[in-house]
Design a protein around this ligand. Structure first.
Ligand code: UTP
Length: 469
């Protein structure tokens, strides 16, 4: 039997105009009552109305009165060797001093991929069978070798939907060679789903509220509530590199990106890849009323999307790939105090309890809303935003769609990793033989983080494809 005070919880929900969540309470078994009370206890029902109101204001303010202009500051490019060399050295220095941490956003549901588990545990079909989590962890192991075995804490944001499975997975694989103390898990929040008209909490069953993760912008409140911000401060971390789980080419704690942002004295940074064409459906870094932000492709006109500069580059081309840099000071002083204002309304098909048929129904059309925020919603708080334009074939291959899809799938990620491995061998002075397309070539992240250190293995040698180094 739960020790939670039913009367107190009821009073909170009544006061917030959400007393209907107790409608079926008397019919529930004692176990079900406990489950519901725990869930209700954990929801900050008092805050819902103001979050919803802020989200509604946000929807209204998307009224296109803001002027969208291209990002007006300097954009660094990794095609410039001067930028890369000095940024890389600066990044390695900060890493070696234990000032940098990495954080992966792994709380999503991965519905498009159709994999029933945390996306990071997904085996993308490489000959080695390595999953997205393993690739990241091994790259981090290698980076530690390049930085005199510095501590580079790895924070993993999960959600209640996949938390335990993620933690178990790392335990079972002994953290892929990382120190257990440097792998830290925390959960993003969940928020109740609401009816659109009157903002009432939707019940999925008589004893459960319909809940949904609060979007990847949930990183900010959960960093604070989980104590991970304090953990970073205690460890002496100054800089944080954050990225999504689904990019198979992510350079975790990337020295070049981190170093570039430090050199620019940036409080916030965004790594981008330039759009392949004007109509690629990706958000871009731009400015609204002079403030940096991500603008969705649907927000700009065809003329704007197609506009090019005098060198023929797309003006609105800085494609956002969910790969960000922050100083800890910026997170603590600018982001954390402004969290309540960040939510957006997402209209969704939300499974609900149908009183007449007494079962949970998944509707065919949208019947309610989720409150979500995006990680880039805080860009407008940045005073010194740095943008680093990187090469797509080195940096970006997302695994979003199910196997067999033409784009952004495990198949395309395998191909990109294989092409990258071939390119690295050639750059290190090796010669490839055999059919390059006959199979998948792999270079273990434990062998090379970013193409370095391959000379001994391949220089002056002929390597038969497919290879595994
Ligand atoms: P996506 O927006 O691609 O969502 O997430 P998803 O859940 O992975 O996939 P779909 O849309 O259901 O198919 C981009 C990144 O943000 C993380 C994801 O794990 C991914 O790394 N994310 C997304 C969260 O951490 N929490 C969320 O609530 C949503």
């Amino acid at each position: 039997m739960t020790s939670l005070d039913e009367a107190k919880i009821r009073a909170r929900y009544e006061a917030a105009g959400q007393g209907h969540v107790f409608r079926y309470f008397e019919e529930l078994s004692s176990n079900e009552k406990d489950v519901l009370l725990q869930q209700l206890h954990d929801i900050q029902v008092e805050k819902l109305a103001s979050l919803l109101e802020a989200a509604r204001t946000d929807s209204l303010s998307n009224d296109h009165t803001q002027t969208i202009t291209p990002f007006s500051k300097h954009v660094g490019r990794t095609t410039d060797p001067n930028v890369v060399q000095s940024a890389y050295s600066r990044g390695i220095e900060a890493l070696s001093q234990g000032q940098v941490a990495a954080l992966v956003l792994a709380g999503g549901q991965g519905t498009r991929l159709g994999f029933d588990g945390p996306k990071g545990c997904y085996d993308i079909g490489l000959p080695s069978g390595k999953t997205l989590f393993q690739l990241l962890s091994e790259r981090l192991c290698k980076l530690k070798c390049l930085t005199s075995d510095a501590s580079i804490p790895f924070y993993i944001m999960t959600s209640p939907i996949n938390h335990q499975e993620t933690v178990d997975y790392f335990q079972q694989h002994e953290y892929f060679g990382l120190s257990k103390d440097d792998v830290l898990f925390f959960q993003q929040g969940m928020l109740p789903c609401l009816t659109e008209d009157d903002g009432k909490i939707i019940m999925e069953t008589p004893s459960t509220v319909a809940m949904a993760p609060d979007g990847n912008g949930g990183i900010y409140p959960s960093l604070q509530q989980s104590g991970m911000m304090d953990d970073m401060i205690q460890r002496g971390i100054h800089y944080l590199h954050v990225f999504s789980i689904d990019n198979a080419l992510t350079k975790i704690a990337d020295p070049t990106f981190v170093g570039y942002c430090i050199q620019q004295n940036a409080d916030c940074g965004n790594k981008v890849v330039w759009k392949v064409g004007p109509h690629e459906k990706v958000g871009v870094i731009a400015e609204k009323d002079g403030t940096p932000c991500v603008v969705e492709y649907s927000e700009i006109s065809t003329e704007m999307a197609e506009r090019v500069d005098d060198q023929g580059r797309l003006v609105f081309g800085a494609g956002n790939i969910c790969n960000h840099f922050y100083t800890i000071d910026f997170l603590r002083d600018k982001v954390m105090p402004n969290l309540g204002t960040l939510y957006h309304i997402a209209r969704k098909k939300i499974p609900y309890w149908d009183e007449s048929t007494r079962q949970t129904v998944t509707p065919e059309t949208n019947n309610g809303i989720k409150l979500e925020s995006f990680i880039f919603d805080i860009f407008p708080f940045a005073e010194r935003m740095a943008i680093l334009d990187t090469e797509r074939d080195e940096e970006f291959s997302p695994v979003k769609n199910a196997p067999g899809s033409d784009t952004d799938s495990p198949d395309t990620a395998r191909q990109h990793l294989s092409q990258q491995a071939q390119k690295w061998v050639i750059a290190a002075g090796g010669t490839l033989t055999g059919n390059r397309d006959s199979g998948i070539c792999e270079i273990s992240p434990l062998t090379s983080y970013g193409g370095e250190g391959l000379d001994e293995l391949v220089k002056g040698k002929t390597i038969e494809c497919p290879f595994n180094l």
